[in-house]
Design a protein around this ligand. Structure first.
Ligand code: ASP
Ligand code: MG
Length: 410
């Protein structure tokens, strides 16, 4: 949605689908660059200590991007001869909690949308935003339009949710880092969940969680194809996120390598090794609505231990502040230290369930490159390591090659 030309292209594409007999609900994101532009303006005027009142205004501001693109798309559809109406989140309404700038959808009232569809209209619902109990406009976090789209698809019990984006599908890794990366025709929902949470920027993680919870078939496809390509070809393009494992044809053990430069490591040093410590530390962090990722606690020595975890880099300063002011005094810890120059690299694949030695192969590859591993975390279908940020590309390339991801799957 970068320009009026692009919006016209979207309108023509939507009209093509509608004329083929589909009832269409479209969830646009803002025109490209618009959310960044708005947030940069806010930053110029921001108070020294941003607080909740500031976050509320960020949502008032950022939500306008989607309101504008939605109205423009409705207008473009009308000039294509389609009846169309757009709604802001609060008009539907899409109800969320009150966590400004990272609100979660709680419910969607589908009555208005259904009535419009029944009347033959194409319905546009703003992405990225909702309304809380008190009527405040909220937003769902960067990339939140994906989540809006999946949530609306779930509420409407849609046949499929098509996410048109600036890449033509889900790749074995980011092609900007590894040019040999391949597009996956299908990927299992669980792998997609891991990849999204491990830093693949293709879909916002909450959108994948929603798709899983409500079993919404999801397809990621390119918004850059010509609007008039064959509709059946378009319907088969991109990457389908599947729920059936046997539909998952590409049975490589590792399906993809994800990475995330957006994290920071924090250690609480010299905490007493006794019950309740993890809760005291992480409870305070969770109360501030901060997501924690990799967690490790070291072996204790003389009854004291170090407790480390990672958070989103944007939450780093706030987390250190909370730990220093609220947690450290009561805990008798020595210090809170941190490192923002880290990254997380993960290998993901449902094949890891039934194969042994995959994690150790990952560690071998990294050791052969001389890369030190600072933290490790695993699940049934992924292994993640935290390493120095400056080795990220090297690690991703070496792993992509070692796990044969540049080879076409037969
Ligand atoms: N416009 C919002 C953003 O830039 C939401 C989205 O595009 O998904 O993050
Ligand atoms: Mg997006």
């Amino acid at each position: 949605m970068g320009s009026t030309d692009r919006i016209r292209n979207v309108a023509k594409r939507v009209a093509k689908w509608a004329r083929a007999g589909h009832q269409m609900v479209v969830v646009p994101s803002a025109m490209s660059g618009e959310t960044n532009r708005l947030l940069a303006l806010a930053k110029e005027l921001a108070p020294a200590k941003p607080n909740d009142a500031y976050s509320r205004e960020l949502d008032m501001l950022a939500s306008t991007g989607e309101q504008a693109s939605s109205a423009l798309l409705a207008i473009a559809l009308q000039s294509e001869g389609m009846e169309s109406v757009s709604y802001a989140g609060w008009q539907v309404p899409i109800r969320t909690n009150s966590a400004h700038t990272k609100a979660r959808i709680e419910s969607i009232d589908d009555a208005k949308v259904r009535a419009d569809l029944a009347a033959g209209k194409v319905v546009i619902v703003t992405g990225f935003q909702g309304v809380d109990e008190l009527g405040n406009i909220t937003t769902l976090g960067r990339g939140g339009s994906d989540t809006s789209a999946v949530a609306v698809a779930a509420a409407m019990k849609a046949q499929e949710c098509l996410i048109y984006t600036d890449v033509d599908g889900v790749y074995t890794t980011d092609p900007r880092v590894v040019p040999e990366a391949r597009r996956l025709h299908t990927v299992s929902f669980e792998e997609m969940l891991e990849m999204a949470s491990m830093g693949s920027k293709v879909l916002q993680i909450r959108s994948v969680e929603f798709a899983g919870k409500y079993r919404v078939p999801l397809r990621v496809l390119s918004s850059f194809t010509d609007w008039d390509i064959d509709i059946n070809e378009e319907a088969q393009s991109g990457t389908l996120i599947t729920f059936e494992e046997d539909e998952h044809m590409e049975q490589a053990v590792v399906s993809g390598i994800a990475f995330n430069r957006d994290e920071a490591k924090i250690s609480v040093v010299g905490v007493p090794d006794k019950p309740g410590i993890a809760y005291q530390i992480l409870g305070a962090v969770a109360d501030a609505n901060i997501d924690v990722d990799v967690i490790i606690q070291n072996l204790s020595k003389d009854g004291k231990t170090d407790f480390s975890f990672t958070v989103n880099r944007g939450d780093y300063a706030k987390t250190v502040d909370i730990l220093r002011s609220k947690v450290m005094p009561g805990l008798g810890a020595h210090d809170v230290v941190g490192d923002t120059k880290i990254c997380k690299v993960s290998i993901v694949g449902i094949g890891m369930r039934s194969h042994v030695g995959i994690a150790s192969k990952m560690f071998r590859v990294l050791s052969e490159e001389g890369i030190n591993i600072q933290m490790i975390s695993t699940s049934e279908i992924k292994t993640s390591v935290v390493i120095d940020e400056k080795y990220m590309e090297l690690a991703v390339r070496a792993l992509h090659k070692a796990f044969d991801l540049d080879q076409p799957v037969i």
